[in-house]
Design a protein around this ligand. Structure first.
Ligand code: SF4
Length: 357
């Protein structure tokens, strides 16, 4: 890239950022730990959603050592509702490794930092540049969109084959005198100015430098690739009552929704009714004999790669002792005690019905 163009883009972005940056809680700290927490939460999640979670998390775990001496149960409870729960588990595991092996100090060497659970290219570059001014470009969805338009990169944004090109373009544009601010300026510019639909080109300071604007291709870029069809899974779930207590089970710590609590149930088979699936799943997962009663609700929830439709039934315990197959723990709890456990959002969508009852 011609040095003149490079300097003009950097200057325009930095000036824009100084004027337009939002006052966000993680921009008021120099703590690498807090910056790291914010970047982990911000992956796949909107800023407005993250703010209350970040504040709660930092109140509960104000330092890396406070987090490292905690446990998954407590961390998931604070993370409850934010989604992508493996982020929370990885953050906890990484903090424990840092406390044990690095005397509580976050490694400043990228290769060392990247070895920690949950630290990939984006987190590594974002945290080390913002906290320690290391010259690594952080490339998230916002940055890719800006680069696509600014440099007219017509490659599928989310294809792994394109990532090297975006990384290279971002690294070339990074202001090495202030890499942390430079990265934040790019991301903020994508979030506020060069937005996915109807970017604010008319008042954009990069208009003259933007190849998409100059070639009238803003509407075509970024290239979003082919859209995947998202499958829908049908699931039956039972709230098993034994007098005034209900049964909850805990998912294995790894995998989707790892470590969270839920009501027993599972996928409805082909040619199987939701009631029959509920009865079968509870027997298979817990070994209990139950009767399936009222249909309490049908709830829908969307994950990244699939959607789920859940039929929820009120069930009555009939006999047997719990022998788990799949879940790793269980409790019989009162409805009032449910609030002490971390549940997936899909379960939260019907739990208020139990409380009302
Ligand atoms: S001119 Fe439009 S498309 Fe180009 S960088 Fe500015 S907002 Fe984005």
């Amino acid at each position: 890239m011609p040095p003149q163009r490079l300097r003009a883009i950097q200057k325009a972005l930095m000036t824009w950022y100084r004027i337009h940056q939002r006052d966000l809680p993680w921009r008021r700290t120099r703590s690498a730990y807090r910056i790291w927490v914010s970047e982990v939460m911000l992956q796949q999640t909107q800023v407005e959603t993250v703010i209350p979670y970040y504040r709660r998390f930092i109140r509960r775990f104000p330092s890396l050592s406070a987090l490292a001496s905690s446990d998954l149960e407590a961390v998931l409870k604070v993370w409850e509702g934010l989604g992508y729960y493996s982020r929370a588990r990885h953050l906890l595991e990484a903090s424990q490794i840092i406390a044990r092996d690095y005397r509580g100090r976050i490694p400043r060497d990228l290769q060392v930092f990247l070895r920690l659970p949950g630290v990939g290219d984006y987190i590594g570059a974002a945290v080390l540049s913002i906290a320690f001014q290391k010259p690594y470009a952080a490339v998230d969805g916002n940055v890719k969109r800006v680069l696509s338009r600014l440099q007219a990169i017509d490659l599928p944004m989310n294809a792994s084959a394109s990532s090297r090109v975006f990384k290279h373009a971002a690294q070339a544009l990074l202001d090495r005198d202030a890499p942390g601010i430079s990265n934040q300026a790019f991301m903020e510019f994508g979030a506020l100015q060069c937005i996915p639909r109807n970017p604010l080109c008319n008042c954009c300071p990069l208009r003259r430098l933007c190849k998409a604007y100059q070639s009238n291709t803003v509407k075509r870029l970024p290239n979003r690739g082919s859209r995947r069809t998202v499958p829908t899974r049908h699931v039956a779930v039972g709230v098993v009552y034994n007098r005034d207590r209900v049964l909850i089970t805990r998912r294995a710590p790894r995998g989707l929704l790892g470590g969270l609590w839920e009501f027993p149930g599972g996928a409805i088979g082909a040619d199987e009714s939701a009631r029959a699936a509920c009865l079968r799943e509870i027997r298979e997962e817990t070994g209990l004999s139950v009767t399936v009663g009222d249909h309490l609700a049908t709830v829908r929830h969307a994950y990244t790669h699939f959607k789920v439709v859940i039929d929820v039934f009120r069930c009555a315990y009939q006999g047997g002792t719990v022998h788990l197959s799949g879940p790793v723990d269980f409790r019989w709890v009162s409805i009032a005690e449910l609030d002490q456990f971390a549940f997936p959002s899909a379960n939260k969508k019907f739990m208020h019905l139990l409380i009302r009852r």
